[in-house]
Design a protein around this ligand. Structure first.
Ligand SMILES: [Zn+2]
Length: 351
């Protein structure tokens, strides 16, 4: 995002940006920062700030107005709920009026891929001949769904997932600031569940805080997310692969005793195995898998020796189990049977 900073400082901000990336990677946060930056009054009214002045300042009238969502020149549109062409026509009409408080009129369109074809056409008309006082910031999780005509008129910026350690460190900082403590394994577990999304990480932390506990432990996080987490699933898979049913059953018991939901274990396990399978075949698995790079590296390391048959059979078995679990009140027994079958098969055929 150094590019944006440079453009702000040199007064060379473009008229249309496309921020793409998975949910929770900071697209709208960055869009608001840019909206503040172009309208920030630090250093005066000029487009290029005087040397040494950084925009956005965060404290001037315009910065504060954007922050509070009351800046008339910054319009946020959620395309997911405004996919009608009427909204874009309205937008197109209001585009011709100059900004009232700031230098630029900013339109932040979230989930822009949800626009209808007619809405895209209306938007395109404006993008083709944008008035100088206009800044469009289009945000999307699915840039491939945008028409080429729109894509070619935008400056594209890719938002990446935040590495796990960085999220864990950030969460630990926040806890310290609000007078709480989080154990390192608790912070790591939140980060692993957040899977690259700062927003998801914060939301899990918030749920932990709401329990009233002052010390956030791994157990607390597990009870909040109801998920086994990658580490448990990885251990379980390894035990099944080595054909040691007894160890796997004990591990499973520990997981369920900790308050995890059986169906969640099944879902997460299938997802883990799917990742292991795709990693074997796809050169850049990060593009299809909803996982942070470190998670992918971990899974790749562990599953390097696994044969495709083991992974495939396990997925089939768990998928069937997931289906059966919908009608059964004894999901735990079904899950234990699956673990035994997986281990026994490996013990006989090569474990
Ligand atoms: Zn400012």
């Amino acid at each position: 995002m150094r590019v944006l900073k440079h453009q702000l400082q040199s007064g060379s901000v473009g008229h249309a940006y496309l921020f793409s990336g998975t949910r929770g990677t900071g697209k709208t946060t960055m869009a608001r920062l840019l909206a503040k930056g172009v309208n920030c009054l630090a250093g005066g009214e000029a487009l290029v700030p005087p040397a040494g002045v950084e925009r956005p300042c965060g404290i001037c009238e315009n910065c504060v107005a954007v922050k509070n969502g009351i800046m008339v020149d910054v319009v946020e549109i959620d395309a997911a709920s405004n996919n009608g062409v009427e909204d874009v026509r309205e937008l197109r009409d209001s585009v011709i009026y100059p900004p009232t408080m700031g230098r630029k009129k900013v339109f932040i369109i979230d989930e822009v891929h949800m626009f209808s074809k007619a809405a895209f056409n209306a938007l395109l008309k404006t993008l083709e001949e944008p008035p100088g006082h206009i800044l469009f910031i289009l945000c999307t999780t699915e840039p491939n769904k945008l028409p080429q005509t729109i894509l070619s008129r935008c400056i594209k910026m890719d938002f990446r997932r935040v590495p796990m350690e960085q999220i864990a460190a950030g969460l630990t900082d926040i806890c310290a600031k609000i007078g709480l403590t989080a154990t390192p394994d608790a912070a790591a577990l939140i980060a692993s569940n957040a899977d690259g999304s700062v927003r998801d990480g914060l939301s899990i932390l918030e749920q932990c805080v709401q329990t009233g506990e002052r010390n956030i432990t791994r157990e607390l996080v597990l009870s909040v997310v109801g998920s086994p987490g990658d580490a448990s699933i990885a251990a379980l898979t390894d035990m099944a692969y080595r054909g040691t049913a007894s160890e796997a059953l004990v591990r499973l018991d520990e997981m369920l005793a900790g308050g995890m939901d059986e169906k969640r274990v099944i879902d997460d396990w299938i997802e883990w195995l799917r990742s292991a399978l795709l990693i074997k075949f796809v050169s850049e698995p990060g593009r299809i898998l909803n996982r942070a790079d470190e998670n992918i590296a971990e899974i790749a390391k562990q599953s390097a020796d696994y044969d495709v048959k083991f992974i495939n059979d396990s997925i089939y078995r768990l998928a069937k189990l997931r289906n059966d679990a919908r009608w059964s009140s004894a999901v735990r027994i079904l899950l234990e049977m699956a673990v035994i079958e997986m281990s026994e098969e490996r013990a006989q055929n090569g474990g």
